[in-house]
Design a protein around this ligand. Structure first.
Ligand code: SF4
Ligand code: SF4
Length: 308
């Protein structure tokens, strides 16, 4: 599990999927993700960075990859042939997402609510519903200066269907690579879709009452999915006892602590990788990587779950 990297001992995470998550936005989740990715890449490991925070992807600001391909992400949307429609109401009755409204003489589709399940076309007795497509966002792929394979999804503004785009980003995973995954903040369906299939989750939090409140909810979600979870405390200012008390009583390991530090904040706001721009930060991420080993050892004996 471990290999020498010339600078010390470095855990070998090949084939592992490590997801960065947080109960709320602005905790420094991406900072941890990009620095861990760079640390592993510098140690000679093959790393893939999957940015699933599709509403606000920002890993590219730090990694600055050269984008080599860009493609539209599409989902199925039903199209109604009003000539064939008898207004029987079957499609609207069966759509659990209320994406179809049957009016006398008209059947209306609301694409923003449609989950593309195809049930309406299957139940239509007259064959009036066919399957069209609509764009929900873009997938971009590239490589950074340290050969990190980079993939991110960018959801169209105002688009509600984040999960299909997240699944498409995750489907780009390459076997044998360490997957560093940046999840959306919070605990909604897109977060669950991102966490699903992870070997470990790193929750990034701030030592504040708000941070602790949202962290507890996010950890409950990770536990429901049976994924080993550790915490990185960011902007630590000398201790917030309720946070550490909670982590101790809940048996959640603290993987690393990043101090509240104006210089670190300045470097992050400039889109710098602090591991490289502030060498004193190297120890933080090396101990994070080392502590991940113990966390991964707690994985379920049933092994890894499906990736999608
Ligand atoms: S495809 Fe599924 S979600 Fe979309 S309108 Fe039809 S039944 Fe509803
Ligand atoms: S099931 Fe088909 S025929 Fe019935 S209302 Fe829907 S589109 Fe029209």
């Amino acid at each position: 599990m471990r290999s020498e990297d010339g600078e010390g001992i470095m855990i070998d995470l090949s084939g592992m999927t490590i997801t960065m998550a947080s109960g709320k936005g602005g905790t420094g989740k991406t900072t941890v993700a990009v620095n861990l990715a760079r640390l592993l890449a510098e140690a000679g490991q093959e790393v893939q960075y999957l940015d699933c925070d599709v509403e606000e992807p920002n890993g590219h600001i730090f990694l600055r990859p050269s984008i080599v391909s860009s493609s539209a992400s599409r989902v199925m949307v039903p199209v109604v042939d009003q000539e064939k429609c008898t207004s029987c109401g079957e499609c609207g009755a069966k759509c659990q997402f209320h994406a179809i409204v049957n009016l006398p003489g008209d059947t209306l589709i609301f694409p923003g609510l449609c989950h593309g399940c195809g049930l309406c076309s299957a139940v239509c007795p007259t064959g009036a519903i066919t399957e069209g497509v609509r764009d929900i966002g873009v997938i971009e792929k590239g490589k950074d200066a340290k050969e990190i394979e980079f993939v991110h999804g960018i959801l169209n503004v105002g688009e509600a269907m984040a999960v299909p785009l997240i699944k498409e980003v995750k489907s780009c995973r390459k076997d044998g690579y360490v997957q560093i995954v940046d999840a959306p903040p919070g605990t909604s369906c897109p977060v669950v879709a991102t966490l699903n299939g992870s070997d470990a989750v790193i929750m990034v939090t701030e030592p504040t009452p708000f941070g602790l409140h949202d962290l507890k909810i996010a950890i409950d979600v990770a536990r429901m999915l049976d994924i080993p979870t550790g915490v990185v405390v960011n902007k630590d200012h000398g201790g917030y006892p309720p946070l550490y008390d909670y982590l101790e009583t809940s048996n959640i390991p603290v993987l690393a602590v990043i101090p509240e530090d104006a210089e670190i904040a300045r470097h992050c706001s400039r889109g710098l990788i602090i591991l490289e721009s502030l060498p004193r930060c190297m120890d933080i991420f090396q101990s994070l990587a080392a502590n991940l080993e113990g966390l991964l050892d707690t994985r379920s004996v049933h092994g890894r779950r499906a990736h999608l």
